[in-house]
Ligand binder design. Structure first.
Ligand code: GDP
Length: 524
């Protein structure tokens, strides 16, 4: 008989939604939670965001700009499954956060606007998923509006993402006539999501299918279904799990169509918690010993208390309230006295979390992004990546006397993942790196509010940053010696090379063939 640990892990589905802004991610999130019974009324997701953050100074930036900085975790139960939806910031300037969150999920739902298809941010997020072989289910949203032909959308996904598509449902009508979804393999219809069960029919001609449409649209729908069956690829579970094929669903999150199909798809196809790679071995979700890694840190909303919540994804075993865990980086033991689940509408104290679950661990700075927690074993997960920053700035302090305090504060901010920090080898002032300019605004606001450190940013001489290594120690040392004014150490003490631009990077790289220049670094 499978153990509780194994059974609990198997019924988890931990996923994120990737979408270009405005495609309907928030609306779909609300509806998933609504049908999952996690919230009473749609609309609470947005409302909650505003309420929780209203006390925070630095969150003012978010409010003023109407964007969401924080990542939250929402859990709901549907049928036999428990779903953990990890929300990601919509604004591209917080891409760092999104990438890290994607390291903590087992699958993703890609939401497309049916009129717009693949948009720039969809593409970028898809690339991150592909990098990590995250399987993707596609939800074509806004079918209740004027949209593209479904075949055109499938073609675009195949072409732009080099991803095979297998439509599972087909839209019954479009725009004003959109009346539900037709399950291609099962010959079954669901009108709106208020219908819990699908209605079995004999074929697309049925009254309960084509019959839902105005007469002049019926023929087109029937032809569409027949063509989709003949011309489209059949669904292949393995190919989906490997990230080569995406099952496609159509719907309207706003009007409650297709959301239930999507939940069923996640339950049926999406993978349960996957085995995670650690430095010494692979860790299976079904293992008894608890293990977890920290993928996000959220600062306390109250600037007077510098405590923070580390979001940890459980990878194996069970994490119990009160248990002692080993923080592998320091070798110290940490009592998990108040781990928290994050439900959509309230924080609950968790008694036990299983593989796939995310818990919030309040701490005063002992945990940082990338940290591994175990029940004693000594291994480190390789999960959380660092992406080379695209903007580099020197931090200039208005009050030069506070240099030491600034170093500490920057270190804290870097541990929380607000920015990346680079300490130049030549002793010049610290350089911070970000992916999006808004991260600098957050850093500035927080340094001011939490540490009373007003700072300005100066353009650094550099615009490109790469992690460097070499199998040949002599070449490596020679490179460091030669470039002392353009090398630095990151938060973990790993060396980076800073270049003025892409051209000079290539120039130096060509002259140092033994050196490896990396744009992505795993945290540990
Ligand atoms: P996000 O930026 O991806 O989170 O998108 P939102 O969920 O905030 O949706 C953006 C806009 O599209 C809002 O005005 C929504 O009401 C609207 N919207 C979302 N889903 C649908 C849909 O299925 N049909 C229609 N007509 N509008 C939708």
């Amino acid at each position: 008989m499978p153990s509780t640990i194994e059974t609990e892990a198997k019924r988890r589905r931990t996923f994120a939604i990737i979408a270009h802004p405005d495609a309907g991610k928030t609306t779909l999130t609300e509806k998933l939670l609504l049908f999952g019974g996690a919230i009473q009324l749609a609309g609470e997701v947005k409302a909650k965001k505003n309420r929780t953050h209203s006390r925070s100074d630095w969150m003012k930036i978010e409010r003023e700009r109407g964007i969401s900085v924080a990542t939250s975790v929402m859990t709901f139960e549907y049928g036999d499954n428990i779903f953990n939806l990890l929300d990601t910031p919509g604004h591209e300037d917080f891409a760092d956060d999104t990438y890290r969150t994607l390291s903590a999920v087992d699958s993703a739902v890609m939401v497309l606007d049916a009129a717009k298809g693949i948009e720039p941010r969809t593409l970028k997020l898809f690339e991150v998923c592909r990098l990590r072989d995250i399987p993707i289910i596609t939800f074509v949203n806004k079918m209740d509006r004027e949209s593209r032909d479904p075949f055109e959308i499938l073609d675009e996904v195949e072409e732009k993402l080099a991803l095979d598509t297998a439509p599972i449902t087909w839209p019954i009508g479009r725009a004003k006539s959109f009346a539900g979804t037709y399950h291609l393999a099962d010959n079954a219809v669901r009108g709106s999501d208020s219908e819990v069960e699908r209605t079995q029919v004999n074929g697309p001609e049925a009254d309960a299918a084509a019959g839902l449409l105005p007469e002049n649209e019926r023929e087109g729908f029937i032809e569409g279904v027949n063509l989709a069956r003949e011309a489209c690829r059949p669904f292949d579970q393995e190919s989906y799990l490997e990230g080569h094929l995406t099952p496609v669903y159509f719907g309207s999150a706003l009007k409650n169509f297709g959301v239930r199909d999507l939940i069923h798809a996640l339950a049926q196809f999406a993978p349960p918690p996957r085995a995670q790679e650690a430095d010494k071995r692979k860790v299976e979700a079904s293992e008894k010993g608890m293990s977890a890694f920290v993928f996000k840190i959220q600062a306390n909303m109250d600037p007077n208390h510098r405590d923070r919540i580390a979001f940890a994804r459980v990878c194996s075993g069970a994490l119990d309230r009160g248990m002692k865990a080993r923080l592998v980086r320091t070798g110290k033991s940490l009592t998990l006295s108040a781990p928290q689940f994050f439900f959509a509408h309230q924080r609950q104290t968790a008694d036990t979390a299983h593989a796939g679950d995310v818990v919030g661990i309040p701490n005063h700075g002992s945990l940082r992004i990338g940290d591994t927690l175990t029940e004693g074993e000594d291994f480190v997960f390789r999960g959380v990546p660092n992406f080379a920053p695209e903007i580099l700035r020197r931090v200039r302090l208005k009050d030069a006397m506070k240099g030491k305090k600034l170093t500490e504060a920057l270190q804290q901010m870097a541990e929380e993942g607000v920015v990346q920090l680079f300490i130049p080898d030549d002793g010049s002032p610290s350089i911070v790196g970000v992916i999006g300019a808004l991260q600098l605004d957050v850093l500035k606001a927080r340094l001011d509010a939490e540490y009373s450190l007003p700072v300005e940013f100066e353009t650094a001489r550099f615009s490109v940053c790469r992690w460097i290594s070499s199998e040949n120690k002599a070449s490596f040392d020679a490179f460091l010696n030669k470039h002392r004014s353009s090398t630095a150490k990151d938060l973990d003490g790993d060396p980076v090379f800073l270049a003025e631009n892409g051209f000079s990077l290539n120039y130096e790289a060509e002259r140092a063939p033994d050196m490896v220049f990396k744009t992505i670094k795993d945290y540990q």
